[in-house]
Each structure stands twice: as C-alpha cells, then as structure tokens.
Design a protein around this ligand. Structure first.
Ligand code: DP6
Length: 333
C-alpha cells in the first residue's frame, strides 16, 4: 500500500456514503483484449502507456463473495474455488494488499472466489477476479459507485480488471493525468451477437513470467518497445471504428497484428520473454493456412502460449472442423 494509492482511493470515495452490510456479492466477466495493454507509466496506480480495448466473455468469469469477520485486523481468508489459499500464495497476497486499501470498510475479510473459466486456458483470472472483488466491496460497503469509478478502483488490483467491470466491447482510456483520475474503462458499441471466440488450449504449462513482471521487463529492456505505444493507440482507433461498423476482417486483422506485435516486443526484451510454445507457433501457421484457403478467422494471444481465435457465427462449423479441439464462446449469448 502506498500513499498515492491511499489518496487515490480517498478521492474516488469522497462523494460516496457508506451503508455497510455483512456480505457483498458480485460477478465479473473475464475479458480478452483485442488491443493489448502492455506497459505502465505508473506502477502503483497501474496507469498504462497505451489505451486498450477488449471483449468481455459473458457468463465466463469470477463470482466473489466478501464477508466481514469479527476481531482484530488480520490477513483475509482467501478461498479459490472452495479451497483456502495459503496466505503467502501470490493471489492471496495481492487480494490482501488490495483490501488493505479499504480500512474504512473493515480490517478482516473472508473472500470466496469462484472461477468458471477453464484456468488452464490462459484466460486472465486476475482481470475478472479484481473486478468482482471491487464490485463485491461496493456491494458490501453500499457506496453505490458507478462503472467508471469501479473500473478505476479495480485497476489498482490489476490493470486489465478495469475492463472486466463491463460486458461486451470495452475501451480503457489510458488518460494523461499523473493522479490517474482520467484512466478508466467504459463500454461502447451495441452487442454483436454473431461474434465468436474460440479457445485453443494447447498446453497448461505454467508461464515462467507473469504479465506484470513481463511488461515491466519489456518496457525496461526492449528497444522495439519504443514503437509500441504509438502502434497500440493507432490499433485502438482502428478497432474502435471497425467494431462500430461491424467490419469483421478489419477487427480480426488489427487484433492479430496487435497481438503479434506485442509478442515481438516481448521477444526483444532481455532476458527474452518467449511465451509461445512450439504448439503455439504451429497453430499460428495453421490459422494463416486456413485463412489463405478462404476462412475468415484471426487469432490473438496474451502473455502465454494459448491461442484465441476470432470469427463469426456463420463460420463456426468450418472453424470447428479446422480446429477440432476448440472451445467456442459466444460473448453475447
Ligand atoms: C497481455 O492486467 O495482468 O493480458 O496491471 O500488472 O496486473 P497488471 O497486468 P495485467 O496485464 C494484462 C496483459 C495482457 C494484455 C491485456 O489484457 O490487455
């Protein structure tokens, strides 16, 4: 907990009244970035070096129940899918650090987090996890905060959590203020019911370096990173207007180019960050092959080896025969 985080939380809550209950409950969807967040201009406030844009995964995400415990200040009891986590596990420590920012709500909590996202599929659970935790806290404290404020609080837990506060297509404006007051997410565009995401679970190998350390290392050591913020901000604009126009090929191409460009900055970091496994590279080639044969399918990849495909409902059958192990998600279903 830093002074700047404490001040940030105070500013957000300055107009809110507290009507505290014993428990708070919330669900937040997982999200997949079509324009990636990669690199921070401020670590404690998770302020990004570029704007990003994502699609939320409907009913796939995290449900969190938060309960106040009696007694003296203590580390929270954090349960993940029914199991009590050791207090020194990385998720429990991050949850504890986040809840420490809210001593006005309580000093001892029980947190029950249930993920219905296949954990091995490389879908970020910290995004939906911190979004659901923030929303459960808002429910418990009775602040009645709106989406913009919730997204800024969730951002303190994990940058990508700012986008998981909302359904559908979401944009996270990077902002320019040093105090973080203009860096928030908001939804845009109507639902696109034909939009599909395919999850290809290629390996459940632990990734050696998490997103947080990976992006810091990239910013510090990759010469290619200098070009990233400008490209990402341009991709953001292109994706934004292509989504509004329902121009699927432009959405797919821009998302794929954005993801592979992010991986180029990762690989040019030192020590190098190579999240792709041989299976990932083989799959990238296969996507290019089926696209050359006329199938309108594109890919995106986060800081891990697994691939997500982007396509429209009309091609679901063809995509499923080209990629038999695919799990199809309808984000608006
Ligand atoms: C590659 O949001 O996990 O998934 O803010 O340090 O918690 P922290 O990082 P995190 O990074 C996500 C990186 C990404 C791209 C994205 O989701 O935009």
């Amino acid at each position: 907990m830093s002074d700047i985080q404490t001040q940030f939380v105070k500013n957000i809550l300055s107009g809110a009244e507290t009507n505290r209950k014993e428990t708070g409950l919330a669900f937040a969807p997982s999200n997949i970035a079509l324009c990636k967040y990669w690199g921070k201009r401020h670590a404690a406030l998770n302020l990004p070096l570029n704007s990003s844009l994502s699609i939320s995964l409907g009913s796939l995400g995290t449900r969190t129940e938060l309960r106040l415990r009696d007694g003296a200040a203590a580390a929270p009891a954090v349960f993940l899918n029914g199991e009590l986590l050791p207090p020194d596990s990385s998720f429990a420590k991050r949850v504890a650090a986040f809840l420490d920012l809210f001593p006005m709500v309580g000093t001892s909590f029980e947190v029950r987090t249930e993920n219905n996202i296949p954990t091995a599929a490389g879908l970020a659970s910290s995004a939906s996890g911190f979004a659901a935790l923030t929303m459960a806290l808002n429910d418990l404290a009775g602040w009645g905060l709106g989406g913009r404020m919730l997204s800024m609080l969730a951002r303190l837990g994990s940058g990508s959590a700012s986008r998981s506060v909302f359904d559908g297509f979401v944009q996270w404006h990077m902002g320019s203020n040093d105090d973080g007051s203009d860096s928030f997410a908001e939804p845009f565009s109507k639902p696109w019911p034909e939009f599909r995401i395919g999850i290809l679970e290629l390996t459940d190998a632990e990734k050696p370096v998490g997103s947080r350390d990976g992006m810091n290392r990239t910013v510090e050591t990759s010469a290619l990173y200098a070009n990233w913020p400008a490209q990402a901000n341009a991709d953001f604009q292109t994706l934004h207007s292509a989504i509004l126009k329902r121009d699927f090929p432009t959405v797919g191409q821009t998302a794929e180019h954005n993801a592979l460009s992010m991986h180029a900055t990762m690989m040019s970091a030192w020590p190098p960050l190579i999240y792709l496994q041989p299976e990932s590279v083989a799959m990238i080639h296969q996507v290019q092959r089926v696209r050359a044969d006329g199938l309108d399918v594109y890919l995106t990849i986060d800081a891990g080896p697994n691939i997500k495909l982007l396509f429209l409902e009309e091609n679901e059958g063809a995509v499923a025969s080209a990629f038999p192990n695919i799990q199809v998600i309808n984000p608006f279903g």
